[in-house]
Ligand binder design. Sequence first.
Ligand code: TPP
Length: 485
Amino acid sequence: MVNMSKATNNYTRITTNTLAELKSKGRKIAMLTAYDYTMAGIVDKAGVDVILVGDSASNVMAGHETTLPITLDQMIYHAASVVRGVKRALVVVDLPFGAYQADSKEALPIVFQETTKTESSSIDFKSFKKKWKAAKKKIVLVGVNTPGVLDSKWMEYFDDDPSVILLTETTSNLRSKDSINSIDSLIAPLEMGHPDFFSALHPDILLTFGGMVVSKKIKKFLREFSPKEHWHVDPLRAYDTYYCLSHHFQMPVNSFFSKLLEEFRFHESDFKSIVLDQYQKQLEQGDAYLNKIGFSDLKAFKTIFSLMPGHIQLQLANSSTVRYSQLFDLPHEVDVFCNRGTSGIDGSTATAVGASLMSSKPCLLITGDLSFFYDINGLWNNYLLPSFRIIVINNGGGGIFRILPGEKDSPKYDTYFETIHHKNVRQLAKAFGFKYKSVSNNIQLKWALKSFYKPSNQPKILEIKTPRKINDEVLLNYFKAMQKS
Ligand SMILES: Cc1ncc(C[n+]2csc(CCOP(=O)(O)OP(=O)(O)O)c2C)c(N)n1
């Protein structure tokens, strides 16, 4: 058995990603069956990569003639026993015959339901506490979250601990005094290489919670500068986004911190101060650049975010809207939502209209032009509130394709990628009973925003026209400006 797994014994935890990697390299994968804690421990220690808890437990453990009689509860009993004995291997469990055969989609809810039953009290926090305490450099990275998920005392803890930096996104709905809310502005120098800073930023422990992370730069950084430990906290699932997931805590995030941080004392570290200093310098460089440049998507977002009222619900469309939104701070009280996941440009308007009806706060949707035209049927209903606001960033097409590498130089790029158009939003605004205004420079935008949020007897649309061809360069130069610090 030891020989079989030699090729893979440098992996501390086998995940589905490990298997894909091994397959792509043509390496052998060792797999054995186990049904109980003791056997699973032996097989795992021998270095077997995958342990199968087969429904053959019906024959082998219970003496039935076939695999048919075993029940879901009995399979769960075996699976849970095996999981308790395993530290490294990936555990694969058969669902019993008949559990979902009618439709394979039924398998998923069964798995989710059963996996979330795991008792958090069964986790032994001792070794995790020790590691947390010993680590001088810890990054807490938060993905998409509904507002109010984390108790404020943990935010205060993150602010106070000199060995922790808290990285959040606009869509995380978490902002504290010392949190870094624009991850891309921190990681901006990555493309240029900045070895000293990146080895300083390289964390011992990465702790994540929440859903998808928008920033491509942080993903690239964490894959390149792999932390020794990556812990993810989520009652349901854990994705191995950074290819180094070492532990999944299947529990609510507040319970997790209560356990991990009980009786915790801070220890000296200069991690936070080094990182925050560098971040501040980069933000200042970025601001200096922003003050110099002409009107563009980036400048429009800066203005929108700096003049945003506090008491609103912000709905973000996908494409570059959600990405530009990660670059600027907004008032702490704003609740932010975005249809992340498959990142479709459809549905954002319809979602915002629906959400506006259920929220006590006025709703603002920020959307790109194609997303707005695409989802126009979302406005076709009788329930639009007078407090509903839409900002359409009209850059004449799908601006994101200019920013993404690769496509810009392909033939017919304008037609098939950017899909340029010369439509404006005015007629549609009128047709759906919105008050309408359009602006095409920063002074007009500032003026328009002064009255845009004021109460009215009609919903309002503000169309911001930006020059299509310069947006990608402006964004690139913004990051370059930060790299100078
Ligand atoms: C339903 C759907 N169709 C197509 C796409 C591919 N797509 C991604 S971004 C984009 C352009 C969006 O343009 P716009 O809404 O104007 O935003 P901008 O990129 O200019 O910010 C398209 C067509 C998608 N993500 N979802």
